[in-house]
Design a protein around this ligand. Structure first.
Ligand SMILES: Cc1ncc(COP(=O)(O)O)c(C=O)c1O
Length: 421
């Protein structure tokens, strides 16, 4: 796989962009050979700057639910762009969109729109503090809630006071949840919950019904608000808030990524109980009212309501998962495939520094499939059985290559290792 243009861009980027690229879109923590830059995307496909074509299992880290350049969604965006986008005030579409979200999400009675998932989770924190007049939160170790100072997973640039009053529990461990709530005491404003454990580097886990129900009870007992952060999983496992599958309704839920299929918009949804608190906080952003992303979101929500996308991505994910297992086993490897099949995380068993996972993922990229060695991936509704067959053929070839090279692989120096809490 030739990448002269990508490499030249990286050299230029290193001069004018800190680290050459920042955040999780930087490929420094990925195996060698991953392209950093892309020029084009359509349906399930990505083109890198050197013209290599890749079947994309990352879906832009989640937003691409219906694939890139979806005709209905992008037409709605483009048409609204011509009519009016970022104006002196919102267009009527903000009311249409709030009504649509409230109609689809069981616990929601109101919506505030913003741009990124981090805006929505930070606003959730503010609403909970506004509601309770308290400050502390409980959240699970390793759970990602965005890059704001209060939620940032890395210590550099963060003051200890930015993350003061955070009580950490273990996901799905009821006793540790109770202990964290107790430690927060009378200052508890919110319990944050990921819809399922989708932490990087480790096996994913479904939420236990006991854990989710206890989180609801503890919030009610203490007067704190229960917040489900559905930024990553929203509308990928349910057409409602993800915890609706467990019969647990939060007070607030955070949305982003898939709600406009890649167009910039996110949302905080809330129940009646939290409305007064939401009315009292000051929150805004120059682009939060832009109408084109709202038009795109309305078109996306229509597809979510009216198509069988969820059943299709689940079935595609399941066939990918079982096909991968068969091929891995045939070549003498055992995979740990966890998470919902449509949001798969694929790790190799007995691979502590991920050298097998890195070598296999790099080989998948060379064979035309963009995978991630330690972050959950996403199946999009633009994918077909033929795409899954293509990915499985690539996997077969990559397992065969790995079977030859595995004994000679040295320590994996690019593996960044699990995050701190
Ligand atoms: C669960 C979760 N919450 C919040 C965020 C932050 O979203 P954004 O990157 O749009 O700010 C993410 C992003 O990956 C996420 O996965």
């Amino acid at each position: 796989m030739s990448q002269p243009i990508d490499l030249a861009l990286r050299t230029r980027a290193a001069r004018v962009i800190p680290g050459g690229m920042y955040g999780h879109q930087a490929v420094g923590g990925l195996p060698e050979g991953y392209p950093q830059f892309f020029t084009r995307a359509e349906g399930p496909w990505l083109w890198d700057t050197d013209g290599n074509l890749l079947l994309d299992l990352m879906c832009a880290y989640g937003p691409q639910l219906f694939g890139y350049a979806n005709h209905d969604i992008d037409r709605a965006y483009a048409e609204q762009m011509v009519i009016g986008d970022a104006m002196t005030g919102p267009s009527p579409l903000i009311v249409d969109l709030a009504e649509a979200m409230v109609a689809m999400v069981g616990h929601a009675e109101w919506a505030i729109f913003c741009k990124n998932g981090s805006d929505a989770t930070t606003m959730a924190l503010m609403v909970a503090r506004s509601h309770t007049g308290r400050n502390a939160i409980v959240r699970a170790a390793g759970a990602y809630h965005g890059s704001s100072p209060w939620s940032n997973p890395r210590p550099r640039g963060i003051a200890p006071s930015d993350q003061a009053g955070q009580h950490i529990c273990t996901y799905n461990d009821v006793a540790s949840l109770e202990a964290a709530v107790k430690a927060a005491g009378r200052d508890l404003a919110a319990i944050f919950a990921s819809p399922y454990r989708h932490d990087v580097f480790i096996d994913q886990a479904s939420p236990s019904a006991d854990y989710a129900r206890r989180a609801r009870e503890l919030a009610d007992e203490t007067g704190a608000l229960l917040i489900v952060d559905d930024v990553r999983a929203g509308f990928r496992i349910a057409r409602d808030c993800s915890w609706s599958l467990l019969g647990v309704e939060p007070d607030l839920s955070c949305w982003g990524k898939a709600i406009a299929n890649g167009h910039p918009i996110s949302a905080l949804l809330g129940s009646e109980k939290a409305r007064g608190a939401a009315e009292k906080i000051y929150t805004t952003g120059s682009y939060w009212f832009a109408a084109a992303a709202m038009a795109a979101s309305l078109a996306t929500l229509k597809l979510i309501r009216e198509s069988d996308y969820l059943e299709r991505i689940t079935a595609l994910g399941e066939s990918f998962r079982s096909g991968l297992d068969a091929r891995a086993n045939a070549h003498g490897f055992t995979l740990r495939q966890t998470g919902p099949a449509q949001m798969p995380l694929i790790l190799f068993d007995k691979d502590p520094d991920m050298r097998l996972g890195y070598a296999w993922s790099a080989s998948m990229v060379r064979n035309g499939v963009y995978m991630h060695p330690w972050h959950n991936m996403f199946i999009s509704a633009a994918m077909t059985d033929a795409n899954i067959a293509f990915a499985l053929d690539a996997a077969d070839q990559s397992f065969a290559e790995l079977a030859k090279t595995a004994p000679t692989l040295g320590p994996n120096t690019r593996y960044p290792g699990p995050r701190r809490a």
